[in-house]
Design a protein around this ligand. Sequence first.
Ligand SMILES: [Zn+2]
Length: 72
Amino acid sequence: MLFTFLFAGVILAAVVLKYLVPKRPRCPQCFAIRRADEPLCAGCSWIYDVPGAEDDDYGELEEDDDLPPELR
Ligand SMILES: [Zn+2]
């Protein structure tokens, strides 16, 4: 009986932790936790997505980077 309560407590704790602890944004490259409103990752200088800047321009820039310099 005691084990049942213990087991239920563990599950409850897991659910509470999963849903009540706020998700912290992490760097997609080095998985360092992002500090409040940091534009760059402190670990690897990854540029976080800026709200309002996720346009088609970002994809175009990525495609340009794949081209050799003489074709730009
Ligand atoms: Zn990083």
